[in-house]
Design a protein around this ligand. Structure first.
Ligand SMILES: [Fe+2]
Ligand SMILES: [Fe+2]
Length: 273
């Protein structure tokens, strides 16, 4: 299979989450300038399953709120339209993430929070959005499992037998990896590039690419979570850090150690979930 064929396979896979009507409505509302946070929150609150999941995410520790958030309109006020919109999307894939690979959900949660810590440290404009990119960065592993189960199984056994990185085994089997797979699905869902690129490129950081700083955040956060053994990504090795990612974020090793210290302070919250 070449890349175009894989992409078509993913776009046409019947068992991947599709955008529920409520998400389409929310997306349209969020894009209209006159919509208030309260209106948006009330619209989401009409769907009980989605709002329960959104509230669970908001209260799960990785956004760092000290007080519990009880209502969706309140969550919209705190997080902003874009983040809530993406959380609504994320809520549709949470259960699949839990089923796909042991430890992937914990890894995703830890990466979300670590992305937020790095983004705050490096003074990025939209911390919440980068946090959401961190949450969804390995979604492509779920996409692979759901759309090409044979290839997924081959990848998993290569990882175990040869002690490869998951991403190496995917490249070997398919000539593309879970960053690409997630990117294709999220583009099909119509999500903006500034959210899609950091997810698609988290294993291929390059300082000249669009949205390089937020991509650098997710790239670094993923590696730190692996190094700290926060959850699991399906393999035993740790991807290599591209030093240009630290450079573009203006971070030195001491800054990284500072972030890691804050991560371990917060881990109790994340483990509780
Ligand atoms: Fe990854
Ligand atoms: Fe990861």
């Amino acid at each position: 299979m070449d890349r175009d064929q894989i992409r078509t396979r993913i776009e046409e896979a019947g068992n991947l989450p599709t955008l529920p009507d409520v998400v389409i409505r929310i997306t349209e509302m969020a894009d209209r300038a006159e919509t208030t946070g309260r209106q948006l929150g009330l619209e989401i609150a009409k769907d009980q399953v989605i709002s329960a999941k959104v509230l669970r995410l908001v209260n799960s520790g990785f956004y760092g709120f000290s007080q519990p958030i009880a209502t969706v309109p309140h969550a919209v006020t705190l997080l902003g339209f874009e983040t809530v919109k993406t959380l609504v999307l994320g809520s549709t894939v949470l259960d699949m993430m839990k089923d796909a690979l042991p430890g992937l959900w914990e890894h995703s949660m830890a990466c979300a929070r670590t992305s937020a810590l790095i983004a705050e440290h490096a003074l990025l404009d939209d911390v919440q959005e980068v946090c959401t990119a961190g949450l969804l960065h390995d979604l492509g592993k779920v996409v692979l499992r759901q759309s090409m189960e044979d290839a997924f199984r081959t990848v998993v056994s290569l990882v175990q037998e040869r002690d490869w990185l998951f991403v190496e085994a995917e490249e070997h089997v398919l000539g593309a990896h879970h960053g690409h797979f997630a990117g294709w699905l999220l583009e099909k869902w119509g999500l903006p590039d500034r959210l899609v690129r950091p997810i698609a490129d988290h294993h291929n950081f390059h300082e000249d690419q669009p949205f390089a700083r937020s991509t650098a955040v997710v790239h670094l956060a993923d590696i730190l979570c692996r190094a700290e053994a926060l959850g699991r990504g399906g393999d035993r090795k740790i991807p290599r850090l591209n030093p240009a990612a630290l450079e573009i974020l203006g971070m030195a090793i001491d800054d990284v150690l500072g972030v890691m210290e804050r991560m371990s302070e917060e881990m109790r919250d994340i483990r509780r979930v």
